[in-house]
Design a protein around this ligand. Structure first.
Ligand code: NAD
Length: 285
C-alpha cells in the first residue's frame, strides 16, 4: 500500500506558484489578486477562508476577504461582485459556499466574471471544461487529477467509480476522469447498490461527506482509493469517507485524511489565481 501524499505535492505546487508570482511581479509588475466573499458565521467556512488567505499571503498573492452578515441581501452580494468584476487589481473571485438559504447560489455564481472565476463554478467554465477546452477547473477535482499524475496513475481505460455527484466535487471529478479516457460510473444517494459499483472499480474517488461510507468489502484488491470527504467527529478528529484502517491494506494507493486531497485543493486554487493573473492583460483590452 502506498500513500498518495497530497501534503507533499501541495507544498511543491505552492513553491512553484510563489516563483510564478515573483516572475509576474518582476516582468509585468503584476501582483495577482484574489477576492473572497464570506457570508455568515459558519466556523468551517471561516476556517477554509482563513487557510486560503494564509496560502495566498505565503505565495505573494494579494487577497481580500469581504465578510458579510448572514442576513445580507442578494442584491448587496451582487453589488460587491460587480465591484470586484471591475477592479483591475482583482484577478480571481470566489464565493465561499454554502450560502444562506435566502440567497440564490446559482445567481451569485453566474454573476462572477468567467475570466475571474477561479473556483470554476460558472456555467461558462463548466461547459468549457466538459468540452475539454481550456477553462478554470474546480480546485478539488483538479487537485485529485494532479495527485494521480504525480504518482504516474493514468486513468485511461480504467474503471473508475466516483461516489458523490455534487456540482463542486462529484460531477466535475467524473468529467475530468472521462476527459482522461476513464470509464466512469458516478454514484450518489439514490444509487441502488453502491457496493456493486465500487467493488468493480480500479479507482474509487469518494466525496459524499459520510463517515466510513467505503468499507473493506466494497473495495477490490489493489484498487486506488481517493478520499475527498472531510468529516469532523465529535472528538474533533478529521476523517474522510473511507474506513482507512481496514481499506488501506487492500489498496495499491490511498489518500490519507488529512494530508490527501484537502491541501491539494488550496494549492490548485492558487494555481488558478495565477492563471487568472496571467490573463489580466487580455482582460483589460
Ligand atoms: P454535497 O452534500 O453537496 O454532495 C454529496 C454527494 O454525495 C451527493 O451527490 C449525494 O447524493 C452523495 N451521497 C451522500 N450520501 C451518500 C451515500 N450514502 N451513498 C452514496 N452517495 C451519497 O457535498 P460536497 O460539497 O460534494 O462535498 C462532499 C464531501 O467532500 C464533504 O465531506 C466535503 O466536506 C468534502 N469536500 C472536500 C474538499 C477537499 O478539499 N478535500 C472540498 C470540497 C468538499
Amino acid at each position: 500500500m502506498n500513500i498518495l501524499d497530497g501534503k507533499a505535492l501541495s507544498q511543491k505546487i505552492k513553491e512553484e506558484v510563489k516563483l510564478e508570482t515573483q516572475k509576474l511581479q518582476a516582468e509585468k509588475n503584476i501582483t495577482p489578486g484574489l477576492a473572497v466573499i464570506l457570508v455568515g458565521n459558519d466556523p468551517a467556512s471561516a476556517a477554509y477562508v482563513g487557510m486560503k488567505s494564509k496560502a495566498c499571503k505565503d505565495a505573494g498573492i494579494y487577497s481580500i476577504v469581504h465578510e458579510m452578515p448572514e442576513t445580507i441581501s442578494q442584491e448587496s452580494i451582487l453589488e460587491i461582485l460587480s465591484m470586484m468584476n471591475k477592479n483591475p487589481n482583482i484577478d480571481g473571485i470566489l464565493v465561499q459556499l454554502p450560502l444562506p438559504k435566502h440567497i440564490d447560489t446559482t445567481a451569485i455564481l453566474e454573476a462572477i466574471d468567467p475570466k475571474k472565476d477561479v473556483d470554476g463554478f460558472h456555467a461558462y467554465n463548466v461547459g468549457r471544461m466538459t468540452s475539454g477546452l481550456d477553462a478554470f477547473v474546480p480546485a478539488t477535482p483538479y487537485g485529485v487529477m494532479e495527485l494521480l499524475k504525480e504518482y504516474n496513475i493514468d486513468p485511461q481505460g480504467k474503471d473508475v467509480c466516483v461516489v458523490g455527484a455534487s456540482d463542486i466535487v462529484g460531477k466535475p471529478m467524473g468529467t475530468l476522469l472521462l476527459n482522461a479516457n476513464a470509464t466512469v460510473t458516478t454514484c450518489h444517494i439514490y444509487t441502488k447498490d453502491l457496493k456493486a459499483h465500487t467493488s468493480k472499480a480500479d479507482i474509487i474517488c469518494v466525496g459524499a461527506g459520510v463517515v466510513n461510507l467505503i468499507k473493506e468489502d466494497m473495495v477490490k484488491e489493489g484498487a486506488i482509493v481517493v478520499d475527498i470527504g472531510i468529516n469532523r467527529l465529535d472528538n474533533g478528529k478529521l476523517v474522510g469517507d473511507v474506513d482507512f484502517e481496514n481499506v488501506a491494506p487492500k489498496c495499491s494507493y490511498i489518500t490519507p485524511v488529512p494530508g490527501g486531497v484537502g491541501p491539494m485543493t488550496i494549492a490548485m486554487l492558487l494555481k488558478n489565481t495565477i492563471k487568472a493573473a496571467k490573463m489580466r492583460e487580455s482582460r483589460e483590452k
